[in-house]
Design a protein around this ligand. Structure first.
Ligand SMILES: Cc1ncc(COP(=O)(O)O)c(C=O)c1O
Length: 370
């Protein structure tokens, strides 16, 4: 493998990344779903273009700073995060209006709804919004059988500044599942919950244009998408140790690794030059600590059945890799597959895209968490 950078570096295997993109697009096409990848995983305009060229219908972002970068360049974006403060909403509406981007928001409270309504009024535009449904994560969203859901939907339909885009969910609790079949069961519960929510609204005379779901494990493990209109997975483009532990991916599919060098060693550990400032201290999405530690270190190809060593501890600039029975010299390079790829990308300014050529690409929304 040809290299043009030192270590640590975030390496992306281009052929695996393209295969992951193609696989997800094929799944979406097969089930008649619009695919709106979540950009928080790669935060890269260049990688979003690969998804768009493969057929992605639009994108999903979380925070306003991240959303602004993609709204300026892509025709359709969902900001899947409840926004309460007016300045970021105004800024996003301005950027979207200038770029001609179809921007969609989410709400789960009267407060977020009022903020959006006031912003829409200031711009003299109709703003489209989803209502988020809590399907079990216990984070944002209203319950599918709640009065709150009907009240929010009524407020939206009665407000000329707003338009109901649909209902949206994220089954992040699937990251705590024990295996693929448990993930599939959560995906099916999510689907039924969302269809119940749609039925409740329709019974109240409120049409639901789009039912939007999405997390990487639930989409990869789901057995049915009947009644679902769009999916919003993000992590699938890279994959990571957590997806492997959940049984929805194999190490052979993982596109992202962190290239490190062994800089010291002792009886128990190799010390590598990537610590929490590179790998983050995240042990798995939504707090799921799977697999144990901070990742798996490979001496060569990242594949099933290849020897891998556990990254057991992190200092800021040092990683502790358990030696096991191995005896690697100082200077050896190790590729670490993190448990959670997304925060690793967020900490990087560039990534090395390794294909026929090796090129350094920008993480355009690096650190954009506001
Ligand atoms: C609202 C929302 N949609 C979609 C996603 C994408 O999920 P994943 O990272 O599992 O692909 C996330 C991830 O946190 C999310 O919060």
């Amino acid at each position: 493998m040809q290299r043009i950078s030192g270590t640590p570096a975030v390496d992306i295997d281009e052929s695996r990344l393209r295969a992951n993109v193609a696989r997800m697009q094929a799944l979406a096409t097969r089930h008649g779903l619009a695919l709106r990848p979540h950009v928080k995983t790669h935060k890269s305009i260049e990688l979003a273009r690969i998804q768009q060229d493969a057929g992605a219908f639009g994108f999903t972002a979380s925070k306003p700073q991240e959303a602004a970068i993609f709204a300026a360049r892509f025709p359709s974006l969902t900001v899947a995060y409840p926004l309460v403060v007016s300045n970021p909403i105004d800024r996003l509406l301005r950027i979207a209006a200038d770029a001609g981007c179809d921007l969609r928001f989410v709400v789960d409270s009267r407060e977020t709804l009022e903020s959006l309504g006031h912003a829409a009024g200031r711009f003299g535009r109709t703003v489209r919004t989803f209502i988020e449904i809590d399907v079990g994560l216990g984070r944002c969203g209203v319950l599918s059988d709640s009065r709150e859901l009907i009240e929010l939907a009524r407020r939206i339909t009665e407000d000329p500044r707003l338009e109901l885009a649909g209902i949206l969910s994220h089954a992040g609790h699937a990251y705590a599942a024990i295996d693929r079949s448990a993930v599939a069961a959560i995906a099916e519960r999510e689907r039924r919950t969302m269809l119940d929510a749609r039925a409740l609204l329709e019974h109240a005379g409120i049409g639901v244009p789009v039912v939007s779901v999405g997390s990487t494990p639930t989409v990869l493990a789901a057995e049915s998408f009947e009644g679902i209109d769009e999916i919003r997975p993000g992590n699938y483009i890279m994959l990571d140790g957590t997806q492997v532990a959940l049984g929805v991916a194999r190490y052979d599919d993982v596109a992202l690794s962190v290239l490190t060098t062994i800089v010291s060693r002792n009886d128990n550990h190799y010390i590598v030059d990537a610590g929490s400032k590179t790998l983050s201290s995240d042990r798995g999405a939504h707090g799921a600590e799977r697999p144990a530690g901070y990742g798996a270190a490979f001496t060569g190809a990242i594949a099933e059945g290849t020897e891998r060593l556990a990254v057991t501890r992190l200092s800021e600039e040092h990683g502790f890799v358990a030696r096991g029975e191995t005896d690697l010299p100082i200077g050896t390079r190790l590729w670490i597959v993190p448990n959670h790829a997304c925060p690793v990308v967020n900490l990087a300014r560039t990534m090395m895209l390794i294909g026929e050529e090796v090129c350094e690409i920008m993480v355009d929304a690096s650190g954009c968490v506001g």
